[in-house]
Write a protein that binds this ligand. Sequence first.
Ligand code: OGA
Ligand code: NI
Length: 352
Amino acid sequence: MASLVSSWSSEVKSIPEKYVVPLEKRVNADVPIGKHIPVIDLSQSSTHCIQQIIKASADFGLFQVINHGVSETLMVDALSVCKEFFNLPIEDKAKFVEKDEGLSDFEPSIDQRPKLYIEKEYTPNKDGSNTNNVKDTVFWKDTFGHGCHPLTQDVINSWPEKPQKYREVIGEYALELRKLSLRILDLMCEGLGLEVGYFSQEHSQTQLMVTHHYPQCPDPNSTIGIGEHCDGALINLVQQELSGLHVRDKDGKWFGVEPIPGALVVINGLILKVVTNGKLSAGVHRVVTNSTSDRTSLGSLISPIECTIEPAKTLINEKNPPLFKSFSYTEYLGYYFSDTTEIEAALKPYKL
Ligand code: OGA
Ligand code: NI
């Protein structure tokens, strides 16, 4: 089995070359914590929530929510079964590595079967150029992901048997997170004048649970956990236990997203930007590694599958012409995973 970063990272004193970010692309792992990144209390009146969500979505495309109704015990249990999964002996994880594909970048298959993703090695051309559209640095992380909607018994049976509580805890967590995602999307609808439930059908046909495990790193400033990107989904709700997630504000400045126990980070995806015709931005974010501890994050990504994506008709008028033409989600996904040359590369073919 190809090696997971976590299987060798504690033994190395210097970073293997393919994990070293080229000097011109290095990021500062110690950006200030963004105390001004909104932390929205969902137990307030919906009018207050809506105002704050709309503003945060324009300023950052990202915010945190508290008092959101998902029990703290369930959150703690969910993150801990995911951590336990990564701590299992290699034999228990090996069956989730695709044998025929070998090393695979994070590109979930359409059926969202459980998969352990091992970063593709970067092989430059002889002249040193990189024409295969493969990013030039390998991320310092291991990732495990699988679908969880619709939550059929077959889907649950495809998940890890170990840790013993994985299926039960993640099953419950997935349902709660889906419910919360749809509630947040409904608040967005209210704020924008879209009918409530606009996102609850074909825009949210799938839900992917993704655990990223970023092992402790001897030199965080020369590596990256995940390079800057926008999520390809509609919306992503992330649970983080430690700092490491950075967001770029609308002026291009980077800030750390404060880890708050019990809070969830809401990251607007590119599809939300398109459907709201740019009224809500997609959060531009990245993850840095740290030298003192492993960091595990747990994300729940809601996405369409077979759907035509376009700006909602009610948001289009003479003053607000469409910024994007209609496109097929599956076609867009192909661009999303193959072209990482710039943050919104996947939307480029559709911009008007
Ligand atoms: C992602 C992501 C953030 C994190 O999965 O797309 O950005 O904190 N995760 O791991
Ligand atoms: Ni992301």
